[in-house]
Design a protein around this ligand. Structure first.
Ligand code: PHE
Ligand code: ZN
Length: 882
């Protein structure tokens, strides 16, 4: 940064604005080369705070005129700086402030504010993009009703959209036309949206529970109309589910979605005009994988659910981001669990949480779910705010039960509809709706305030004569940046005791009259706490944190035999999976240690047998089996080590995979064939599960270098019609040294070069290969005609995927780090948000060996010394170097 270090914004400095803006009247005159924006703001003094000037935010705006009422202002009447427009002496009883500004969407590469994607205009205002459109108090506690007029050339931009209802439209001179939109619901400016373009749409209808007829439209570029069906179905399912599960209905007669190819994030919940990354709308069986289909269902639901959790009730300030995001992620997780297999969904969510959120919580960018300071708010759309935030919501649900949780939700809306509120307001609603529940809410609140992942350890002892079982649990929370001392958390431990016959024992704590059968929730509140169960007939194996009831790291003194037992018998499917993962991680880290000590790595037969058991049950639940067969990832295993042994982890994991592939060749082939050829294509959970287990089996055969496995992969690649199977086979081939590799990759690119989303997969599988050539190939792909560094999806598919490639990115010598530094520096000028997301891959550099640390530091410092470093990248890099 040239003008000194950028300043941090603090939660404790929050003050309400001196003026409210109740009405916003916008007029957009879209021309090639420039857009003229006229804004009329109906302002009113906020009498609750001392009188002050009206300070409007603005960035990269050219101010053409300002007026108050009908009185034009001269340059002496206001102060205009690069970031603000300040008006003094406004009348106490309110006024209309009118401003005209000029902006240039065609040269906007940051994709924030008004910009162009494939020739169409679109907006992105969250978090602070509205200030790039006009001067405004760009903060979420300023809520207004909007009236928006959009005018553009009719031929080039036949579709003109904004929030709310279309109230009028007409023709203008010079082949132009206009549309007038009105949104009756007051909203913060980050929910404003506008679209103008050459788009086609598909349409459906939904009738709400109370009889409102809603027109549903999905707009896409011509040629994509046959890829919108799944998104539309997902939208309708979401609308119905929110009525049934939360009692929440849609509140307008129209709901529009627009899909654009250039978008920094997944999607955006603008009121009645959601704007989506095409990745989360477009899908056809031959172009999209099962993961894509499921991602679309979840993201469409997520944005729809924001209509209540985010839009009707919004955030007072950006420190409260998790108020809407944690809650809405929890809601979309509940929805997807209901639409598909709940245990499978939970396992996938926890896997992701551990992989990305636990990593964040353990590094230099760790922050609480409700942060206390930021330099650039765009850096806080994080796994902590989203995914850990969702875990906090799940803990309310676990502690209060479904009915108590719902009472809290109902009270939250009864109190706060139409308001901009805080996470404390949410907690208060949950508390006040459940006065009979003995929850220590002040302790619970620490989940919002303390960063880091609590570590829970413990052991159990069974006393046969007294038939008691004593469970001891301890919790610690390591210091995180800015938080040296932590206090114990209120940790809900959903648990059971599994008897020798594999069944749950009745649970009765000392002093209780009646036993609970199955699962119960203990509250771990102290640094160390004992729970004594009485009337325990036989020595049990405890099953702890069922369903992953709290975002903690558990280390319990299980024997390998205990874990194998839980894998087979736990009544909780999540913990059956978890036991297998714990066992696998233990084994893999043991091998890594052996290798580091110069010993041979020997895969124990007991583990290979356990995998064989899992495989033999593939027919019962294919989707679950696919997950149970998957070993912990290299990145996750790295988190479990003090100093990450990059090559050791890879070698151990590959050895185990190869051993499994060889040892279980026959049953893997049987599993493969037994789940292939399923008739008509479907994305039902059953069909997805069968494809998943089939491809998991294929991956093991390939890991063993099996000739028949290779032939199957090639045949599958060549003949499969669904993208899931095509890409699964191609990824395996691309990660191998098969002679057909090059041809297969180039045939795929030739077939799909016109489909950017499909090409993203092609970039990704090359960037994630563990082959030593990967970095060189990724470098070469930067100049492939299908790659474009200005398109975020391309950056994520090639550069982002490469940074997640544990062996290649962290290869000894530091070439991966150097490569990333170059890309971050390049992106910094074009798109700071994307640059900073890429820079986050450096964050855990201190967990590697001295040589890698030295290389990473050089790369990070090179980024830090780049002229004109954006606030986004500055914040990440400076924190990483602290
Ligand atoms: N609010 C969006 C969501 O969670 C994410 C987003 C943030 C999109 C910022 C764009 C910009 O769905
Ligand atoms: Zn969201």
């Amino acid at each position: 940064m040239d003008k000194g270090s950028p300043k941090a914004i603090l939660l404790k400095d929050y003050v309400a604005p001196a003026w409210w803006i109740d009405t916003v009247d916008l007029s957009f005159d879209l021309h090639e080369g420039e857009t003229i924006v006229t804004a009329r703001l109906g302002i009113r003094r906020n009498h609750e705070v001392p009188r002050g000037p009206l300070v409007l935010d603005g960035q990269e705006l050219e101010l053409l005129s300002v007026a108050v009422g009908s009185r034009p202002l001269g340059p002496d009447d206001y102060a205009c700086t690069p970031d603000h427009l300040t008006l003094n002496d406004l009348p106490d009883d309110g006024a209309v402030v009118e401003m005209v500004t000029r902006i240039h969407p065609e040269s906007n590469t940051a994709l924030e504010g008004l910009y162009k994607s494939s020739g169409n205009y679109c907006t992105q205002c969250e978090a602070e993009g509205f200030r790039k459109i006009t001067y405004f108090q760009d903060r979420p506690d300023v809520m207004a009703t909007y009236r928006v007029r959009v005018e553009a050339n009719r031929q080039a931009y036949p579709v003109l959209l904004s929030n709310g209802n279309l109230v009028d439209q007409g023709d203008a001179a010079d082949g132009r036309h206009w549309a007038l939109w009105e949104d009756p619901w007051p909203k913060p400016c980050y929910l404003f949206a506008l679209v103008a373009g050459k788009l086609v749409h598909i349409e459906d209808r939904y009738r709400t529970r109370s009889g409102r007829d809603v027109a549903l439209r999905i707009y896409v570029e011509p040629g994509n109309e046959d890829k919108c069906g799944h998104a539309m179905e997902s939208l309708i399912k979401s609308m119905r589910w929110d009525e049934e599960a939360y009692g929440l209905e849609y509140d307008l007669d129209i709901f529009n979605i627009v899909a654009v190819g250039d978008f920094n994030m997944g999607a955006m919940e603008n009121k009645s005009l959601n704007i989506f990354n095409t990745k989360y709308i477009l899908a056809r069986p031959d172009t999209a994988t099962d993961t894509d289909f499921l991602g679309i269902e979840t993201v469409v639901a997520h944005e729809y659910f924001h209509n209540w959790t985010g839009n009707r009730v919004t955030c007072r300030d950006w420190f409260q981001l998790s108020l809407k995001e944690g809650l809405t992620v929890f809601r979309d997780q509940q929805f997807s669990a209901d639409m598909n297999s709940a245990p499978v969904k939970r396992i996938q969510d926890v896997t992701r949480l551990r992989q990305v959120q636990f990593a964040e919580d353990a590094g230099p960018t760790a922050h609480p779910v409700r942060p206390e300071s930021y330099i650039e708010i765009n850096n806080f759309y994080t796994p902590t705010v989203y995914e850990k935030g969702a875990e906090v919501l799940r803990m309310y649900h676990t502690l209060l039960g479904a009915a108590g949780y719902r009472r809290g939700i109902d009270l939250y809306f009864a109190r706060h509809d139409g308001q901009a509120v805080t996470t404390d307001d949410f907690l208060a609603a949950m508390r006040d709706a459940n006065p009979d529940r003995a929850v220590d809410w002040d302790q619970f609140r620490r989940w919002y305030a303390q960063a880091g992942t609590p570590a829970v350890s413990g052991e159990g002892t069974y006393d046969a004569p007294s038939r008691t079982y004593r469970l001891t649990l301890r919790q610690t929370l390591a210091p995180t940046p800015g938080q040296p001392d932590k206090r114990p958390m209120l940790i809900p431990v959903s648990m059971g005791l599994v008897g020798p016959d594999g069944r749950d024992l009745p649970l009765k704590l000392a002093g209780e009259d009646e036993a609970v059968t199955g699962t119960r929730v203990l509250a771990l509140r102290e640094a160390e706490q004992d729970f004594t169960f009485t009337g325990v007939a036989a020595s049990p194996v405890p099953s702890l944190f069922r369903g992953f009831s709290a975002p903690v790291k558990l280390s319990f003194d299980y024997t390998d035999a205990d874990l194998t037992f839980l894998m087979a018998h736990d009544s909780d499917p999540f913990n059956r999976w978890e036991a297998g993962q714990t066992l696998a991680a233990r084994l893999l880290l043991g091998l890594v240690a052996d290798r580091a000590a110069g010993h041979d790595m020997i895969v124990p037969a007991s583990f290979v047998d356990a995998i064989g058991q899992t495989l033999s049950r593939a027919g019962e639940d294919p989707a679950f089996t696919a997950l149970a067969l998957t070993l912990p990832s290299e990145n996750y295993l790295g988190q479990l080590m003090g100093v990450i042994d990059v090559d050791g982890i890879h070698a151990a994991r590959e050895l185990v995979r190869g051993t499994i592939g060889r040892s279980h060749r026959a049953s893997l082939l049987a599993t493969y064939h037994g789940n292939a050829g399923q008739g008509a294509f479907s994305v039902s959970p059953e069909a997805i599960g069968r494809r998943a287990v089939k491809n998991a089996a294929l991956a093991y055969l390939m890991a063993a270098g099996d000739g028949e496995g290779r032939a199957l992969a090639l045949a599958q690649y060549r003949t499969a019609t669904g993208m899931t199977d095509v890409i699964a086979a191609l990824a395996l081939i691309a990660d191998s040294d098969m002679p057909e590799r090059a041809d297969a990759l180039s045939a795929f690119a030739a077939k799909w070069r016109q489909e950017p989303l499909v090409m993203d997969k092609w970039f990704m599988i090359q960037a994630t290969s563990a082959r030593p050539e990967t970095l060189a190939e990724v470098r070469a792909l930067l100049s492939h005609p299908g790659f474009n560094i200005r398109n975020p999806n391309k950056v994520y598919a090639l550069i982002g995927a490469f940074t997640g490639n544990a062996v290649a990115f962290h290869a000894a010598g530091g070439a991966g780090y150097e490569f990333l530094a170059d890309r971050v520096i390049e992106l910094n000028r074009l798109n700071p948000q994307v640059a900073s997301r890429m820079a986050k891959a450096f964050a855990r550099w201190r967990n590697y060996d001295a040589e890698r640390q030295a290389a990473a530091k050089v790369a990070l410092e090179r980024v830090a010394h780049t002229p004109d470093l954006s606030r986004d990248v500055y914040e990440i890099v400076s924190r990483s170097l602290e």
